[in-house]
Design a protein around this ligand. Structure first.
Ligand code: MG
Length: 392
């Protein structure tokens, strides 16, 4: 029996991880951390009976306790805030930690999990974008491992198995292109929140769905691939593949291309990350090739989707620039979801923040948190100007 804990258990990846665990049978859940969704957390506690749970605040903890206090099972220990997230991430019984919180909140807890020598099944790509150097060093120093849950990186991990890195010429990340792939610049400029949240292939949380609409998601994934697999910016390509059947590919020095294909359901990648290096019978329908008469590939349009170019720029600049890109993006995406700015303001705000940042070494936690905080403040300043119509 293997023990796991989950950061972000009530989100899209967290729920799929629990479904995967229920299917796998020889896994048990020892700790769960969620945000405000106490209702769902209470259901998860009843089904999986973890020893420890964490939620966002004291109020959430009180509400949670009310919901589960007269249950027949053992009431788990309940902690709150970052202390709770870290306790779940470092639970002594957990061998694997699924890191699936949204955005920067998962950063320190995920780092602590790696420092404790855990396997981290990583869905939270922001963590690697902000602090790839620190995260990968913590993994190396503590004999921990990072197994990517992001479908593209999970695919690359599968393609790279048994290959010699020096024989791999480049990584090719596929991108669905999002809901605005065929739309004009003007249509993107005036897109509504509902249109941006309408992803053609994948059902995901709000933040990542907006990132997919701007192609920032793919930009963050380029940076993530750099840290996971050690390839430089010019050795990582992005190709738009609207059907999302090919999850990613590697090109070898002899020109041969190895691809991983599958259905668009995150449970596959989660299961791979949990059971690696073995494989177990899956819980999904197999890929039905008869449903795909064509698979198409096209170049991403960097003019229509400047976020992708900004991410490449941040990776090439290095140091704290990716953390700044990530923080500014989080602020801008939330402002778009709140109806304060237009979709096309997102790259404008990020670029303005990046232009004012002088990148420095990102090898300490302090430097990263300071850049993250600085970028959020700056992004909020530009946001106020943008929302008031002053423009950038
Ligand atoms: Mg992905």
């Amino acid at each position: 029996m293997k023990s796991i804990s989950i950061l972000g258990s009530t989100g899209s990846i967290g729920c799929n991880a629990l479904k995967t665990v229920a299917h796998l049978k020889d896994f048990r859940v020892v700790a769960l951390a969620a945000g405000k969704n106490v209702e769902k957390l209470a259901e998860q506690i009843a089904e999986f009976q973890p020893e420890l749970v964490a939620c966002e605040s004291e109020e959430c903890a009180e509400e949670l306790l009310r919901k589960i206090s007269d249950s027949k099972f053992q009431i788990p220990k309940i902690l709150v805030g970052e202390e709770g997230l870290i306790a779940v991430a470092t639970h002594e019984k957990a061998e694997t930690v699924v890191s699936a919180t949204v955005g920067a909140v998962g950063f320190v807890p995920t780092l602590r999990a790696l420092e404790s020598g855990k396997r981290v099944a990583l869905a939270n790509k922001e963590t690697l974008v902000m602090a790839g150097e620190l995260m990968t060093k913590a993994a190396r120093d503590n004999n921990a491992e990072i197994l990517p849950v992001d479908s593209e990186h999970n695919a690359l991990h599968q393609c790279l198995r048994g290959e010699s890195i020096k024989e791999v010429k480049r990584l090719i990340l596929t991108a669905s292109g999002g809901p605005f792939r065929t739309k004009s610049k003007e249509e993107i400029e005036n897109a509504t929140v509902a249109e941006a949240l309408n992803h053609p292939n994948w059902k995901m949380g709000d933040k990542i769905t907006i990132d997919s609409a701007t192609l920032m998601n793919k930009g963050l994934e380029v940076i993530e691939a750099h840290w996971l697999f050690g390839f430089n910016a010019d050795e990582i390509s992005v190709i738009v593949h609207p059907q999302s059947v090919v999850h990613s590919m590697i090109e070898m020095v002899d020109g041969s291309v190895i691809a991983q294909l599958g259905v668009t359901d995150m449970k596959h990648a989660i299961q791979y990350a949990l059971t690696y290096p073995t494989r177990q019978t899956g819980c999904l329908e197999p890929l039905d090739f008869r449903k795909f008469s064509t698979l198409t590939f096209e170049e991403p349009d960097l003019e229509k989707f400047p976020c992708l170019a900004l991410a490449y720029k941040a990776l090439k600049t290095g140091g704290t620039m990716p953390a700044v890109l990530n923080a500014a993006n989080e602020i801008a995406v939330q402002a778009f979801l709140d109806g304060k700015i237009r979709l096309s303001d997102i790259p404008r705000i990020i670029e303005s923040v990046m232009n004012e940042h002088e990148s420095e070494s990102a090898s300490s936690l302090e430097a990263i948190l300071e850049s993250d905080g600085w970028a959020r403040t700056k992004a909020n300043e530009f946001l106020t100007e943008t929302a008031s119509g002053a423009g950038l």
